[in-house]
Design a protein around this ligand. Structure first.
Ligand SMILES: [Zn+2]
Length: 266
């Protein structure tokens, strides 16, 4: 599932290629991914100029004249520019921005494209916390330190901060040497500060390397991300820890696979 770094890569590339261009055509092949309806979306954005693209956590918001389209890729959504392939059955919409074709493709079809009321802070996502790259330590640690759930689960809670998913939660906990089952309310201020620093560090590094691809993530040019080979623990269970050589383990935390080193993370 695309997390903050993967979405950021798509946003950076889309800004470069599409800002200032007009949505001249919109070919909807599957209507039920659009909210409130494909007709309402078409009426609101067709023929309009794209003025801005903002990201908040894993959400992106395309700001057109008088209308805004929010996109969440969920599990397997992809946005790909000028693909040479023939559109397959998983291609649900084709956007044409003055001759630049952008395909929305989504195998699992959990992704949504929704009309929203604001290009940066839509009411529909008011309940989620600040974007993790913009979050300040005081606010973040205040929310974290009240949580009695495992640290891994707290990192995935988008109400605390938005953008972290399974991959970068495991990686940040490893880098901060914190056990995924530790309770945030029992961590020291120094541990929380270290975790906060490591989250931002791993997100920035992953952005630099084009994000992580296991299965479906593709960047805007259709290429997979390069960060997978840099991962320290995620999906490396059974392999040796790169720091201490112990065998990495996998457990379930809040229903999510969690990868860690029981020697490095106490
Ligand atoms: Zn280790």
């Amino acid at each position: 599932m695309p997390e903050l770094p993967e979405v950021e890569n798509i946003v950076l590339a889309m800004r470069e290629k599409l800002i200032g261009k007009k949505l001249s055509q919109l070919n909807i092949r599957r209507a039920d991914i659009f909210e409130p309806s494909s007709g309402a979306v078409r009426k609101a954005i067709l023929g309009k100029k794209l003025n801005s693209i903002h990201r908040h956590g894993k959400y992106m918001i395309l700001g057109f004249d008088d209308a805004n389209l929010m996109i969440h890729l969920r599990m397997t959504g992809q946005l790909i520019l000028n693909s040479a392939d023939t559109p397959d059955k998983h291609t649900h919409a084709l956007f044409d921005f003055d001759g630049n074709e952008v395909r929305y493709r989504d195998i699992r079809r959990f992704g949504r494209l929704t009309l929203v009321d604001h290009p940066e802070n839509p009411g529909a996502i008011k309940h989620i916390g600040p974007d993790m790259l913009k979050a300040g330590f005081a606010d973040w640690s205040e929310k974290m330190s009240r949580r009695r759930i495992p640290a891994k689960a707290a990192l995935l809670d988008q109400k605390i901060a938005a953008g972290i998913g399974n991959i970068y939660a495991d990686e940040a906990l490893f880098l901060a040497k914190i056990h995924p089952l530790s309770k945030p309310c029992e961590l020291t201020e120094d541990q929380l500060r270290e975790l906060f620093k490591r989250i931002k560090q791993v997100l920035r590094l992953a952005i630099k390397h084009g994000g992580t691809t296991f299965m479906d993530f593709r960047d805007f040019s259709g290429k997979p991300g390069n960060f997978r080979r840099k991962l320290r623990v995620f999906q490396r269970d059974g392999e040796p820890c790169r720091d201490c050589n112990s065998t990495l383990e996998k457990i379930k935390v809040g229903g999510r696979s969690t990868h860690f080193c029981s020697q490095c993370q106490k």
